[in-house]
Design a protein around this ligand. Structure first.
Ligand SMILES: NC(=O)C1=CN([C@@H]2O[C@H](COP(=O)(O)OP(=O)(O)OC[C@H]3O[C@@H](n4cnc5c(N)ncnc54)[C@H](OP(=O)(O)O)[C@@H]3O)[C@@H](O)[C@H]2O)C=CC1
Ligand SMILES: O=CCCC(=O)O
Length: 295
């Protein structure tokens, strides 16, 4: 199977490499073209525009940072829409809002193409290991045709029905994750300021009913203030923002998520946006520090 791949960031690179290592022919494009060279070393072909990738491949996957990137790659000059046509499938795995996904879907189907949104749960390591959880929605036929690629990229794929449902599910999941990360950061701060060992807190958490892979993986590196990005904080804040907008639309009150979003915004204002999202702990520490300084 020949697959086009647009966007070679943390996730896109890992996913494209994984496809290559499982025998897929992959043609890549990235806005910063130099990033394609590492993929060429793994056997990928390179094209200079999204349109050229679409022209060459029956199926193309996109993994881009946010709604504005996802729209730009489709609608701008030399973009997907210039060449997509009958018989071609476009699968957007970026995390975006349902309206962005719908806009892309309508434009592609208007040109005769097929569209699937398929955001993922799981980060850099699951992407490298083919252990993502894929949340697909849109054209069912395209979902069935692309399953061989999803089987390589993920440990489980869900088909969620009409376009928008995949985006919504992803935003709900990441809203919960971002709120948990904030509660975890506050807990670490509280343990530290009240004279407890944070390492002992991690050990206690890991043995109880709220043990989870995120606390287990991120806890030790947070205690070392080590935030090499697996999931960049700026993307987590984007997801909180988009989830809160979904809450607005549906009149769902989300005070916990709103407070978590403020902490991620604070972290971005401190220049932590390109670090891992667990760096929100640093913003929480700053906030706690200024609170105790004013006592
Ligand atoms: N990292 C993670 O753990 C996870 C991320 N996601 C989601 O996956 C998506 C990608 O994440 P990740 O790989 O971490 O992000 P990165 O920031 O590492 O990569 C972003 C990619 O988008 C491209 N891009 C950004 N703006 C534009 C634009 N205007 N036009 C064209 N291309 C653009 C970048 O190109 P360039 O190289 O030129 O900057 C790069 O290829 C995001 O939607 C994120 O929320 C989902 C699950 C997990
Ligand atoms: O969108 C990013 C999700 C990261 C994860 O699921 O660990």
């Amino acid at each position: 199977m020949e697959i086009g791949f647009l966007g070679l960031g943390i996730m896109g690179k890992a996913m494209a490499v994984n496809l290559l290592r499982h025998g897929f022919k992959v043609t890549v494009w990235n806005r910063t073209l130099s990033k394609c060279e590492e993929l060429a070393a793994e056997g990928a072909s390179i094209e200079e525009t999204p349109a050229a990738v679409i022209k060459k491949c029956k199926y193309t996957i996109a993994m881009l940072s946010d709604p504005s990137a996802a729209l730009s790659v489709v609608f701008d000059k030399d973009g997907v829409l210039e060449v997509i046509c009958d018989g071609k499938g476009y699968i957007d795995m970026s995390t975006v809002d349902p309206d962005t996904s719908l806009k892309i879907s309508e434009a592609i189907e208007h040109k005769g193409g097929y569209f699937l949104e398929a955001p993922v749960s799981g980060s850099k390591k699951p992407a490298e290991d083919g252990q993502l959880v894929i949340l697909a929605a849109g054209k069912k036929e395209l979902y069935e045709e692309i399953i061989p690629a999803f089987d390589v990229l993920g440990k489980k794929s869900f088909y969620l029905g009409q376009v928008g449902n995949g985006a919504k599910m992803k935003l709900v999941v990441n809203m919960i994750m971002g709120s948990m990360m904030n509660a975890f950061s506050e807990g670490l701060c509280l343990a530290d300021r009240s004279g407890l060992s944070c390492q002992t807190l991690l050990d206690v958490l890991d043995l109880g009913g709220i043990a989870n892979p995120m606390f287990k993986m991120k806890g030790p590196t947070m205690l070392q203030s080590s935030y090499s990005p697996a999931f960049p904080l700026k993307h987590q804040q984007k997801d909180m923002r988009l989830a809160l907008a979904l809450g607005d639309e549906n009149a769902v009150s989300m005070p916990v998520a709103a407070a978590a979003n403020e902490a991620f915004k604070k972290a971005r204002s401190l220049g932590l946006g390109d670090l891992d999202f667990s760096a929100v702990y640093e913003a929480v520490k700053v906030a706690e520090g200024s609170a105790s300084a004013t006592k």
